[in-house]
Design a protein around this ligand. Structure first.
Ligand code: GLY
Ligand code: MN
Ligand code: MN
Length: 519
């Protein structure tokens, strides 16, 4: 490692010797806001009435039912779910806000709501064996006679638009709301001391550093050790993740909307291919064709779009998307629209740029499609989640054996203890749960996820692939630089499964016909 070099001179160094402006004041280098009393009085008045209170959210009753299930798991405990704070992108510019997924799930809030909010499920003292009261602590709008109203670029209505009052959100969500300023006292109140029975705190750790710090203080004051706190928090996080393994009817409806918007996004991608061909960064043309639609029709994309032409398709998370799109090559597009409720699709199609697969591309594509179909064939109640991957890998290994690529027999390659050679050409998994997170339910226990039986209402992907890297000397030259993935979103039904993304063509001849129809 090289020696540390001294930092270059920066303009942030205070220049106080000669009376110049100190570095701490530089944030006000831009034009100054007025400060006079006359201005303050003037800007506080003369405004029309506030907009009417919002209608009750259709998500609210579903969120209440989910809260009741969490409540039953942790009787007597105070459960704390932060939305998270605004995150700095750079200097004084923040990222667009997206609430923590567990918070969104249990409140029904989506889009960009609500920075700094914290949902607390407070155990009812009079509840017989359980029961919680839900309270949403958030930063209500500042009234027009405050400086925040006109001067605060992060929260003031002059800067970010109309903000809700406590009463607005109570009406919208059907739960009690309080100002987050009073949260510190409320979090610490009445905690049982170490070794005593009584009220315990469980926090979704890592969602909001300020809430984590408050919880640490409260626990320290109660004499609680860090290890038991971590165990309590982890149990809550795990339960919240597992709560999402089976989607309710509202969630399934949101998934259908996300998939429909994503299918429209793929139409936009196909229509953009001629423009992509003529641009030095054709992959960006593909990416933005999708993302423009995602912003117009949804909240945005559910994850960074992969627009991978030619050999870039063999880089699994190719999100730089700055390469050209060339005639005769494939372009792998892995993209999902996140709808305003934050549910996202996750779909991949691998398209022949010129509208027709070559023989060798079709060959690889068909193997991947057959692997996907094998996984679909076991996607039904009673199968285990891991069976999806096993079924897909049996096809992949057999095909690679037929093509003389495997150094061992397919059967040996499929042996999890001693084999695995086929995974050189597909190192990722075949399936993951999908919902409010693209990799949903990730904190669920193995026995609830990988080893669990499928049940109606589960939603996951089936996404096998084959990737022959351009510098892979173990495959024939004609395969090098070909990467194919086919990814669909699947709902488990009472007696099988439904391919939610079936409207997007999958078979090679159907892909070609679809592309021709949009040409
Ligand atoms: N797009 C990420 C994934 O397919 O898992
Ligand atoms: Mn996926
Ligand atoms: Mn994907």
């Amino acid at each position: 490692m090289s020696e540390t070099t001294s930092a270059p001179e920066t303009v942030d160094r205070p220049l106080s010797q000669d009376g110049a402006q100190p570095a701490a004041d530089r944030g006000s280098n831009r034009s100054q806001r007025p400060t006079s009393e006359a201005f303050r009085a003037f800007i506080a008045g003369g405004w029309g009435p506030r907009p009417p209170a919002p209608a009750p959210s259709p998500a609210a009753p579903w969120a209440a039912a989910r809260r009741a299930r969490v409540s039953a798991l942790f009787p007597g405990d105070r459960l704390v779910l932060p939305a998270g704070p605004l995150k700095v992108r750079s200097n004084d510019t923040d990222y667009r806000f997206r609430p923590h997924s567990a918070f969104a799930h249990l409140t029904g809030l989506g889009e960009d709501r609500e920075p700094d909010a914290v949902l607390v499920l407070e155990p009812r003292p009079d509840a017989d064996g359980g029961g919680h009261e839900a309270v949403l602590w958030f930063r209500p709008r500042a009234e027009r006679d405050t400086e925040e109203f006109w001067a605060d670029a992060r929260y003031g209505e002059f800067w970010v638009g109309v903000r809700p009052s406590l009463q607005d959100v109570e009406t919208e969500l059907g739960l009690g709301c309080r100002s987050v300023e009073q949260l510190p006292d409320a979090l610490a109140q009445g905690l049982a001391r170490s070794g005593e029975d009584g009220l315990r705190l469980r926090v979704v750790h890592g969602a909001d550093p300020a809430v984590d710090a408050l919880a640490a203080q409260a626990r320290e004051a109660a004499g609680l050790d860090g290890a038991s706190a971590t165990a309590h928090d982890d149990a809550l996080t795990e339960a919240l993740s597992e709560l999402r393994l089976v989607k309710d009817d509202f969630e399934v409806e949101q998934m259908r909307a996300a998939v429909a918007a994503t299918a429209a996004g793929f139409d936009a991608v196909v229509r953009a291919l001629p423009a992509a061909l003529g641009h030095p960064r054709g992959e960006r043309v593909v990416e933005t064709a999708f993302e423009g639609l995602a912003r117009r029709e949804g909240n945005g994309v559910g994850y960074e779009t992969i627009a991978a032409a030619g050999a870039h398709a063999c880089t699994l998370h190719w999100i730089r998307n700055d390469g050209p799109v060339r005639e005769g090559e494939l372009v792998l597009v892995d993209a999902g629209v996140e709808v305003p409720s934050l549910y996202t699709a996750d779909i991949t199609r691998t398209l022949p740029v010129s509208g027709r697969f070559t023989d060798v591309q079709r060959h690889v594509y068909q193997a991947v499609l057959d692997a996907a179909d094998a996984a679909f064939a076991v996607a039904r109640p009673g199968s285990r989640f891991r069976d999806l991957h096993v079924a897909a890998m049996e096809v992949i290994a057999a095909r690679l054996e037929q093509w003389d690529l495997l150094p061992v027999r397919a059967e040996e390659s499929l042996d999890p203890q001693t084999g695995g050679q086929h995974r050189r050409w597909m190192v990722h998994g075949t399936s993951h749960h999908l919902g409010i997170d693209v990799h949903d339910c990730a904190q669920a226990r193995r026995e609830m996820y990988l080893d669990a039986e499928l049940v109606p209402g589960m939603v996951f992907t089936i996404e096998p692939g084959l990737y022959f890297k351009a510098d892979d000397l173990l495959v024939p030259a004609e395969l090098r630089g070909i990467g194919v993935r086919i990814e669909d979103d699947v709902l488990v039904t009472q007696d099988g499964c439904e391919n939610l993304s079936a409207a997007l063509p999958r078979r090679p001849e159907d892909v070609e016909a679809w592309m021709a129809s949009l040409a």
